[in-house]
Design a protein around this ligand. Structure first.
Ligand code: CA
Length: 228
């Protein structure tokens, strides 16, 4: 699976150009023309990176970023903001609200691509699409998992759980955050379902002595601790 990018841009010509350019580079592109539409899309599908135009009809880009940062699911979604020329003081303000990078219009698609690649790399999305930790390798394209070179067969939920944990070493997730990110928001699943799948994941990791890396954090949730 290719990296998913969400473009939020109200100018149809620019949106189309970006979409065309980025698709041609092999990205899986989602498009929204307003912040409101983007929020709806984000409820069901989380991209790897968002490109947000500042000036949008209705909710503007800054307000959208503020909202995304307040939300458990999107608080660390990598964001590049598109700004117009001559907004230097404002640009600084946009870093305050939590964007990761910005690019000034007009820009070359090549420059944007370079920034997307750099940001994906900084945010832990490997360029070759293989995540690795403690001998665990997750191929993000094929969803194959190997440990010390040996393939293990995970269910789709265990795969997503493992991917999230390996991407965020030592970070504690509560059950609700895991439900939102692994099962998707708006899907009704009981919290104890999380425990069931954590158990299955540990069972898969046990032959390699890695079950202990998936730790229970009492009365909070779970964390992946690669040092264990
Ligand atoms: Ca605009």
């Amino acid at each position: 699976m290719a990296n998913k990018l969400l473009i939020i841009e109200d100018e149809p010509d620019l949106r189309e150009l970006l979409s065309f350019t980025l698709s041609r580079e092999g990205y899986d592109v989602m498009e929204a023309e307003t912040a409101e539409t983007a929020l709806q899309m984000l409820d069901s599908k989380l991209p790897d990176l968002a490109i947000v135009d500042w000036m949008l009809p209705g909710m503007d880009g800054i307000e959208l970023v503020k909202r995304l940062r307040r939300d458990d699911v999107t608080e660390d979604l990598p964001i590049i903001m598109l700004t117009a020329r001559g907004e230097e003081p404002d640009k600084l303000k946009s870093f305050d609200v939590g964007i990761d990078d910005y690019i000034t219009k007009p820009f070359s698609p090549r420059e944007l691509l370079a920034r997307i690649k750099a940001l994906l790399k900084r945010s832990g999305t490997p360029e070759n699409n293989v995540l690795e930790s403690n001998g665990i390798q997750l191929d993000l394209n094929s969803h194959r998992v190997t440990i010390n070179g040996q393939e293990i067969h995970t269910g789709p939920t265990e795969y997503r759980l493992l991917e999230l944990l390996v991407r965020n070493p030592d970070r504690v997730f509560n059950r609700n955050q895991l439900l939102d990110r692994v099962w998707g928001r708006g899907v009704y699943v009981e919290e104890r379902t999380v425990d069931v799948h954590i158990l299955r994941l540990r069972k898969l990791l046990k032959p390699f002595g890695l079950d202990r890396a998936v730790q229970t954090v009492r009365s909070v949730g779970y964390r992946f601790s690669p040092s264990e």
